[in-house]
Ligand binder design. Structure first.
Ligand code: ADP
Ligand code: GLC
Length: 480
């Protein structure tokens, strides 16, 4: 099949979260299965500075209609592996910035312009380069307009750009909401500026362009596919989602074993496997040193890696700070984002600098070291579309502590509830739920044989992308 993906992140070129890992692994796996895969990505500075992208060639100069203006852009392309072409939509004014979405304090003022431009540039390239896609698959709000623009452009030009379109919701909390005046920049017919179009409570939602107009809608776990149909998890979009249930499915992400495998991980000081955990001890010592802790510490190490946002349950962790202050445990957090949360975590670390540590930055190597060197991985998300770290944790022999929501509930089995098969600990997404799980973790850590059994079961689980890739292939062929 000829499959075109469009997303705002793609590992290893640009990453702020799991979107990059998921799109990177899926597109790579599809290419390896022999499909002809293209991925469109904004030409962010970081992506353009990646050594592979330095070889990118100028393929096309385009003019994109934005309201009553035409803005020019360059489309550059390179091929990082067989059957895979990455297209960078370049316009320095929009994408040559230090970070993809904002300056750290808040989102860029012109994000609507930037991502409408991106979506239009992708569709214009499909038209001019005549890519003849079987499937155009767009991800999240930044690419949300694409399924709609594909059909509108086909109508305007009497052309076929894609046989079918697919839209994947990686997180319904991010809806690409902008003031109504921005509609004019889309050049879409006025009837689309309504409830059946991309109008949303007197604003414009770019996400809605994907949800309503793609032939198939997917999200990243079966449970989240159910949850987003409810007011509790739908973030106001549950009604919109309900209109698409017949075309909606939840396909679980996997683990990219080329990147996340303790037996081959080049970012670790030592490698290991379920059969021989010596390397994991070496990672533990290195992690303790990096945090400035006693390298001979024998108690449980709780690790955490995440964007600091409400979603990730940082406030539940903070409300449980007495556990970390009073128990003979260490807590090591890698995360950046919300400044209030960062400040509170920093203040907590300052109270107990020998046992609580925060690194408030993006650090790929440290994220691997935490996965490898910890005994428990804490992920008390309030909601979690899929979540990748709880899967990485199991593969790395680090028992995950998660909330019973979304993809977390689909990928972890509680070891107290299921003594023979459990691979982690799971609680309600609440202060009490996390507290209970932390105490059960301490208990488990004290019982070495039981801990080892839980750890071994996690390490032997198969989270490879094979299943997910087959699921997308089936979805594509069913749609076609
Ligand atoms: P989300 O996409 O909601 O952020 P996921 O669990 O799907 O959550 O994926 C998060 C990804 O981002 C993981 O690969 C994780 O290791 C990575 N990550 C999050 N914060 C950081 C950080 N500060 N430094 C390095 N990697 C991070
Ligand atoms: C989003 C979600 C996360 C998911 C990731 C990849 O960022 O928050 O749960 O794992 O996308 O699909």
């Amino acid at each position: 099949m000829k499959i075109v993906h469009a997303a705002s992140e793609l590992f290893p070129f640009i990453k702020t979260g799991g979107l990059a890992d998921a799109v990177g692994a899926l597109t790579g796996a599809l290419a390896d299965r022999g499909h002809e895969v293209s991925v469109f990505l904004p030409g962010y500075r970081a992506a353009r500075e990646h050594p592979d992208a330095a070889k990118a060639e100028l393929r096309l100069r385009i003019k994109v209609e934005m309201g009553d203006q035409f803005l020019s852009g360059d489309v550059r392309a390179f091929s990082p592996r067989k059957n895979l072409t990455v297209y960078l939509i370049c316009r320095e004014e929009f994408f040559d910035r230090r970070a993809p979405y904002g300056n750290g304090e808040r989102d860029y003022e012109d994000n609507a312009e930037r991502f409408i431009f991106f979506a239009k540039a992708v569709v214009e390239t499909l038209r001019l380069a005549d890519l003849q896609a079987d499937i155009v698959h767009a991800h999240d709000w930044q690419a949300g307009l694409i399924p709609l623009l594909v059909r509108e452009t086909e109508r305007r030009h009497g052309a076929t750009l894609a046989l079918k379109t697919v839209f994947t919701i990686h997180n319904i909390a991010y809806q690409g909401l902008f003031p109504p005046a921005i509609f004019a920049r889309t050049n879409l017919p006025d009837e689309l500026n309504q409830i059946d179009g991309i109008e949303y409570y007197s604003q414009i939602s770019l996400l809605k362009g994907g949800v309503l107009f793609a032939d198939r809608v997917t999200t990243v776990s079966p449970r989240y596919a159910q949850e987003i149909q409810t007011p509790e998890f739908g973030c106001g979009m549950d009604g919109v989602i309900q209109t698409r249930v017949e075309d909606l499915s939840g396909l679980l992400n996997g683990v990219d074993e080329a990147v996340w495998n303790p037996a081959t991980d080049v970012l670790l000081p030592a490698r290991y496997s379920a059969a021989d955990l010596k390397g994991k001890s070496a990672c533990r010592v290195e992690l303790l040193k990096r945090a400035g802790f006693d390298p001979k510490f024998k108690g449980a190490i709780f690790g955490m890696v995440c964007r600091l946002t409400e979603q990730k349950g940082i406030d539940l962790l903070l409300a449980n700070q007495d556990f970390f202050l009073e128990q003979d445990v260490n807590l090591i957090v890698l995360g950046s984002g919300d400044k209030r949360m960062e400040g509170e975590l920093q203040a907590l670390a300052a109270q107990a600098p020998k046992k609580i540590f925060l690194s408030a930055r993006l650090d790929e190597a440290m994220s691997h070291l935490i996965e490898a060197g910890s005994d428990f991985f804490v992920m008390p998300s309030l909601f979690e579309p899929c979540g990748l770290n709880q899967m990485y944790s199991q593969v790395y022999g680090t028992v995950p502590i998660v909330s019973r929501v979304g993809g977390l509930a689909d990928t972890v089995l509680d070891a107290d509830e299921f003594p023979a098969t459990g691979t982690g600990l799971m609680g309600a997404p609440s202060v009490a739920g996390l507290s209970d799980a932390l105490w059960r973790a301490q208990q488990l850590f004290g019982e070495a044989a039981r801990y080892a059994a839980v750890q071994q079961r996690g390490m032997k689980r198969d989270f490879s992308w094979k299943v997910a890739t087959a699921g997308y292939e089936k979805l594509y062929s069913d749609a076609l």
